[in-house]
Design a protein around this ligand. Structure first.
Ligand SMILES: [Zn+2]
Length: 281
């Protein structure tokens, strides 16, 4: 436990904390306004928000006031083994048939996870489309009126071969986001990276080792190894997933109804999962 806290402290920028607290209050207000004017929500605000919130949580747990991590009392056998230090390598868990049921397991074993929220929302706006946002809103008509729910996709990764995606829906945006992040952690998988391109052969882990493909509904995503310096030539949301996984060069092809970003994201994750030796169902 203490080692993790110390290493996090180093990463933080001490001077920024006060400014962040102010900024957070401000951004919360902005967030509320933006939800009301749904469709024009800007993704950047949310991403910053999540980062800020994560930092706030870390800060709290460091001082032990409302410590999320300090007060982690593992409920599962796996959680107990991780908390006691019996398991220190996440690969040990991913190789086993055990499922991760507690996100704290992932927090502890992969402390440098980055969180990215994907733009899966509808593109609203004049002239046939505006900016996409991270919330996909669904309305259910009831006697009392329309009941709105927010759905979002979160991706977590450590830029070093581990990635997970999570989807969640809730009546409000904050719980939807928290649930999505939690689900992403529980879905974490290890992806073998490599240099599978014939034109490259540098042997570094900048791409994928061989061609892979995945499906979700009508959407098919194919990923191909690319030589170093190519970049990630694909859909913006797929790019985010590969980026957080720590891959810099990939070609891709997508087929089907790619306007439905949820299916694009799922198909991409399926393709990556097919590379993994320890597949998740
Ligand atoms: Zn290479």
């Amino acid at each position: 436990m203490p080692e993790i806290r110390r290493s996090r402290k180093v990463e933080k920028h001490p001077g920024e904390d006060e400014a962040k607290e102010e900024a957070q209050q401000e951004s919360l207000e902005i967030e509320e306004k933006q939800i009301k004017s749904a469709g024009e929500v800007k993704e950047e605000v949310y991403e910053e928000d999540v980062e800020k919130e994560n930092k706030e949580e870390e800060k709290e747990s460091e001082s032990g006031i409302k410590g999320v991590e300090l007060e982690w009392i593992p409920k599962t056998v796996l959680g107990k083994k991780v908390n006691s230090g019996e398991i220190t390598d996440i690969d040990q868990i991913l190789k086993s048939p055990d499922r991760i049921m507690e996100p704290q397991i992932v927090d502890k074993l992969l402390p440098n996870l980055e969180v990215v929220l994907l733009n899966i929302g509808q593109a609203k706006g004049k002239f046939g489309g505006g900016k996409r946002n991270i919330w996909r809103q669904t309305q259910k008509k009831t006697k009392e009126g329309n009941r709105i729910k927010f759905a979002t996709f979160a991706v977590v990764g450590n830029k070093n071969g581990y990635v997970g995606i999570g989807f969640a829906k809730a009546k409000e945006t904050v719980p939807a986001r928290e649930k999505a992040i939690r689900n992403a952690k529980l879905n974490i998988i290890k992806i073998p990276r490599g240099c599978g391109s014939w034109d490259c052969g540098c042997g570094e882990e900048h791409s994928i080792p061989y061609k892979t493909s995945g499906k979700s509904s009508s959407v098919k995503v194919e990923l191909y190894p690319a030589p170093k310096g190519t970049g990630i030539l694909t859909e913006s949301e797929v790019k985010k997933i590969l980026d957080v996984l720590g891959i810099t060069d990939v070609y891709s092809k997508t087929y089907g109804q790619t306007k439905t970003k949820i299916n694009v994201v799922k198909a991409c994750f399926d393709a990556l999962n097919n590379l993994s030796r320890f597949k998740r169902k």
